[in-house]
Design a protein around this ligand. Structure first.
Ligand SMILES: NC(=O)C1=CN([C@@H]2O[C@H](COP(=O)(O)OP(=O)(O)OC[C@H]3O[C@@H](n4cnc5c(N)ncnc54)[C@H](OP(=O)(O)O)[C@@H]3O)[C@@H](O)[C@H]2O)C=CC1
Ligand SMILES: O=C(O)C1=NCCCC1
Length: 346
C-alpha cells in the first residue's frame, strides 16, 4: 500500500454533465452574463471538469465571478464578426469571453476552410480563462484539422531573460482519426499551467525542481513564491520559449489583441481573466493528399502503439470522460455545496 492511498480522499458527489452545466449556468447568469454567454462558459467549464482537467474546471468559477463583479469583462458582450478575406475571419469579442466569439465566427470559418482548404479565425479583445482543447476538438469531429493558440498574462520568463514577459500561452491541436476519437493535444508552453501552481499552493504542496523562480529570480519549488512576485519558466528551455513567442505574435500581433504584458487590470480588483487574443487555423485535409487523411492518422497511431506507446495525448481525458459518463462527474461535496450556494444567491 502506498503512502498516498492512506490519505483520505474528500467525500464526493456525482453529477451528470447536464446537471453540472445547469448549475454553472445559473451561477453565471446571476453574475451578469447573458443567457448565451452563461451557456457557453458553463458548457466549456463542465466539459473540462468531466474530462478531469482540474486546473480549468469548476476550480475556475470563483475567478470568473470575481472578474465579472470587477467590471473588467463584459458578460453580455456581443461579438462582431468581420469577413475580411477569402480565408480570413476576424472577430472583435467586444471585451467579452473568447468562447462566444469563437461560436459567432465558427460557421463562416468552416465554410471558408471547406472552400479554400484552409481558413483563419482571428479573435481580439477577448478573455480566455479555460482549457483550449474544447475549441479544437469539435472541428476534428467534423473531419477537419484545427490548431489554436491563446496568450494569457505575464507570468513566464523568456529563456535567457531575467524577468517575466510571456503568458503561459497554450497550443492545442486536433486531427480526425478514421476510428475512435480525434487525436488532440493541448499544452501550456510554460513548464506547468498557472492554474496548477495555484492548486499546488492551495494544497500546500511543493513543486518539482525546474518549474519556476521566486521574486529574486532564484529557482524555487514553493508555488506561493511563484505566485507572489515570482514566475514560471517555459517548457524545454529555448524551444518552449520560441513557441511562447510565436503564440504572442499570432494572438496579439496578428489579431490586434493585447500581448500578455499589455493590458492593465490594476483598477479592477478581482480581475483574473487576461484580455488578449486567440487564433484558430482550420484545414480541410481532403484538399491535401486526398480523402485518406483520417486513415493515415489511424495508421500513425497504430504504429505508435506498435512501438510500445500506451498513452497518447488526449487518452487520459477520454478515460476520464468515459468514467464520468458512467458514474457522473465526481466533485468534492464541499465544493459542490459552495457552487449550490452561489446558484441560490440573489
Ligand atoms: N486559457 C489559457 O490562457 C490557458 C489555458 N491552459 C490550459 O491548461 C490546461 C493544462 O495545460 P498543461 O498543464 O500544459 O497540460 P498537461 O501537461 O497536463 O498536458 C499536455 C498535453 O500532453 C498530454 N499528456 C500529458 N501527459 C502525457 C503522457 N504521459 N503521455 C502522453 N500524453 C500526455 C495531455 O493529454 P491528456 O489531456 O489526455 O492528459 C495534453 O494533451 C490545458 O487545457 C491548457 O489549454 C494553460 C495555460 C493558459
Ligand atoms: O492556467 C493558466 O496558465 C491560465 N489559465 C487561464 C488563463 C490564465 C492562465
Amino acid at each position: 500500500m502506498s503512502a498516498s492511498s492512506l490519505v483520505a480522499e474528500p467525500p464526493r458527489e456525482y453529477l451528470y454533465l447536464p446537471a453540472l452545466v445547469e448549475l454553472l449556468e445559473t451561477i453565471l447568469l446571476r453574475h451578469g452574463c447573458s443567457a448565451e454567454v452563461a451557456r457557453s462558459l458553463a458548457q466549456n467549464c463542465a466539459q473540462a471538469e468531466r474530462d478531469g482537467a482540474q486546473s480549468h474546471g469548476v476550480f475556475r468559477i470563483p475567478g470568473y465571478l470575481s472578474t465579472l463583479d470587477s467590471g473588467w469583462v463584459d458578460g453580455k458582450a456581443v461579438p462582431v464578426v468581420e469577413d475580411v478575406a477569402p480565408a480570413f475571419v476576424r472577430v472583435d469579442a467586444a471585451n467579452g469571453f473568447a468562447q462566444p466569439a469563437l461560436a459567432a465566427g465558427r460557421e463562416l470559418l468552416v465554410r471558408k476552410a471547406r472552400h479554400a482548404g484552409i481558413a483563419l479565425l482571428a479573435i481580439r479583445n477577448s478573455h480566455h480563462f479555460a482549457a483550449l482543447w474544447p475549441d479544437v476538438e469539435p472541428f476534428a469531429e467534423e473531419g477537419l484539422v484545427a490548431l489554436s493558440v491563446v496568450n494569457s498574462m505575464t507570468c513566464v520568463v523568456p529563456h535567457g531573460a531575467d524577468r517575466p514577459l510571456f503568458g503561459t500561452n497554450p497550443i492545442a491541436f486536433a486531427a480526425p482519426q478514421a476510428q475512435g476519437h480525434p487525436i488532440v493535444f493541448d499544452l501550456a508552453t510554460s513548464t506547468i499551467a498557472h492554474g496548477d501552481v495555484q492548486i499546488a499552493a492551495a494544497k500546500g504542496e511543493r513543486l518539482p525542481p525546474g518549474i519556476g523562480v521566486d521574486s529574486l529570480g532564484q529557482p524555487t519549488q514553493d508555488p506561493r513564491a511563484i505566485l507572489e512576485g515570482g514566475a514560471l519558466l517555459p517548457f524545454g528551455g529555448h524551444k518552449g520559449s520560441a513557441l511562447s513567442m510565436m503564440v504572442e505574435l499570432l494572438c496579439a500581433g496578428l489579431t490586434g489583441g493585447n500581448f500578455s504584458f499589455e493590458f492593465d487590470w490594476s483598477r479592477h480588483p478581482g480581475a483574473k481573466t487576461p484580455r488578449t487574443g486567440q487564433l484558430l487555423i482550420v484545414i480541410d485535409p481532403g484538399k491535401g493528399a486526398g480523402q485518406g487523411f483520417a486513415e493515415r492518422s489511424q495508421e500513425l497511431v497504430r504504429q505508435m502503439h506498435a512501438v510500445g506507446l500506451k498513452r497518447l495525448p488526449g487518452d487520459r481525458r477520454h478515460w476520464q470522460r468515459e468514467r464520468s459518463g458512467e458514474k457522473g462527474i465526481a466533485i468534492a461535496c464541499q465544493q459542490l455545496e459552495q457552487l449550490r450556494e452561489l446558484a441560490r444567491k440573489q
